[in-house]
Design a protein around this ligand. Sequence first.
Ligand SMILES: [Zn+2]
Length: 49
Amino acid sequence: MSRYEFTCPECEQTIEVNESMRDATLTHGCPVCSADVTAADFAAEQRTN
Ligand SMILES: [Zn+2]
């Protein structure tokens, strides 16, 4: 499953999310401060071995 690191542009909280949490955050805003967020606020998490 894809994971993303979300960084809120407003409160600067960094939260690790999965794809469905990413969609929910894009729809409902930051879970901490409810700021509007865009896809650009998510970085795909790279897993290196
Ligand atoms: Zn926030």
